[in-house]
Design a protein around this ligand. Structure first.
Ligand SMILES: Cc1ncc(COP(=O)(O)O)c(C=O)c1O
Length: 379
């Protein structure tokens, strides 16, 4: 096809990829089918019912009864920003536990909303203890503590049990990033007393990127209701969004209806499988990967007690150029794994087993590739 400016654009042809990196993961075929429907109007009674179903399903997957639970139109970063935009008031002390790339993003965002940001840090590959968190809560007296449950840059799962109780003891709200854990790693928002959380559609939910699930409880709503000024971000203002997602059904923005078809299907599939079965499948397949890599003489970056089942950081063996190897896997086999991010750039590969892609056959495939291909790159 030649357009009026003489630019030749061939019809779209997307290469086949097995996405075993930090995300996106491959989408479930039934999710792709759901996306391929014709859109309906965003106030169509069918769609209004579908919105309610998405909310019920999200509450289930997060194990929460929070009324304000909805998918933000945008990726995980939009949902991250929604937690901050709605909760932070200028001058609030906002404490972030940084142990990887995404903790720093939280700190950056909170500073843009004029919070007084305080940080505590751990090395990239470690997690905070309850004692360390309690000491920081005593020292900084924050209004909000933000933690990343599943740090995709390091492959660490931050233990959360007990953190919510501490936050209540020291009168602070707890924000939890569950971008790389929702649907695939045990999460009990209400039991763990998490006040706000967010996630994405493209990892454990087996959907393409485009939606950012968001939830907040009554404690968080209370702070939102007591704000002096307006939420400084119109698009992500939950009080406005709730006029559309709540019973009023007032237009806010044109919802990405097809993305919501997709996420409904992906959440339905997790409930059909059973949430605990999904968590177990991810754990079992990750353990298969870890023992297979160890058998090949390859070391993991994170000690086992903190390892995430969805994302494994693997030490790049001495003398190997990590990037050349990942390009080889992509170009020759259509398999994507990730390189290191930030401090871990050039030091680790990141292997993801998320949602639809957490399967024994994918573990075997990547282990086989490490077995047959890696030796070709040794100096
Ligand atoms: C832990 C974590 N938080 C936040 C994000 C941001 O999500 P998105 O890239 O969907 O905007 C990511 C993305 O990978 C992530 O891994």
């Amino acid at each position: 096809m030649e357009n009026t400016l003489g630019v030749k654009v061939p019809p779209l042809s997307v290469p086949d990829r097995l996405l075993l990196g930090p995300g996106p993961s491959n989408s479930h075929p039934l999710v792709l089918q759901a996306l391929a429907n014709q859109p309906v109007g965003h106030l169509d009674p069918f769609y209004i019912d579908l919105m309610a179903e998405v909310q019920v399903l999200l509450r289930n997957i997060w194990q929460t009864n929070n009324r304000l639970t909805l998918p933000m139109s945008g990726t995980g970063s939009a949902a991250m920003e929604a937690t901050i935009a709605n909760i932070v008031e200028p001058g609030d002390i906002f404490l972030v536990g940084i142990k990887g790339y995404f903790g720093s993003r939280l700190a950056d965002m909170a500073s843009r909303y004029k919070a007084e940001v305080k940080t505590i840090s751990k090395s990239w590959g470690d997690a905070f203890t309850l004692l360390e968190l309690e000491e920081a809560l005593i020292k900084y007296k924050p209004a909000v503590l933000a933690l990343v449950h599943a740090e995709t840059s390091t492959g660490v799962c931050q233990p959360i049990e007990g953190v919510g109780e501490l936050c209540r003891k020291y009168n602070c709200l707890l924000i939890l990033d569950t971008v790389t854990s929702l649907g695939s790693v045990p999460l009990h928002l209400d039991k763990w007393k998490v006040d706000l959380a967010y996630s994405c559609s493209q990892k454990g939910l087996s959907c393409p990127p485009g939606l950012g699930p968001f939830t907040m409880n009554e404690r968080a709503e209370d702070k939102l209701n007591r704000r002096e000024g307006k939420v400084p971000n119109w698009y992500l203002d939950v009080s406005l969004l709730n006029k559309y997602w709540g019973s009023d059904r007032v237009y806010h923005h044109t919802a990405p209806v097809n993305m919501n078809f997709g996420i409904r299907e992906s959440l339905r599939l997790i409930v059909e499988e059973g949430l605990e079965n999904s968590w177990k499948r991810h754990q079992d397949n990750a353990e298969l990967l870890w023992s297979g890599l160890e058998n090949l003489g390859i070391e993991m970056h994170v000690k086992k007690e903190y390892r995430l089942p969805t994302l494994t950081t693997v030490k790049i063996p001495e003398g190997i150029n990590g990037k050349t190897f990942t390009l080889h896997l992509l170009n020759e086999f259509g398999v994507e794994i990730g390189g290191g991010l930030g401090e871990l750039a050039g030091k680790v590969w990141r292997i993801g087993l998320m949602g639809y892609n957490s399967k024994k056959e994918n573990v075997e495939k990547i282990l086989n590739l490490f077995d047959t291909e890696l030796s070709k790159f040794k100096a």
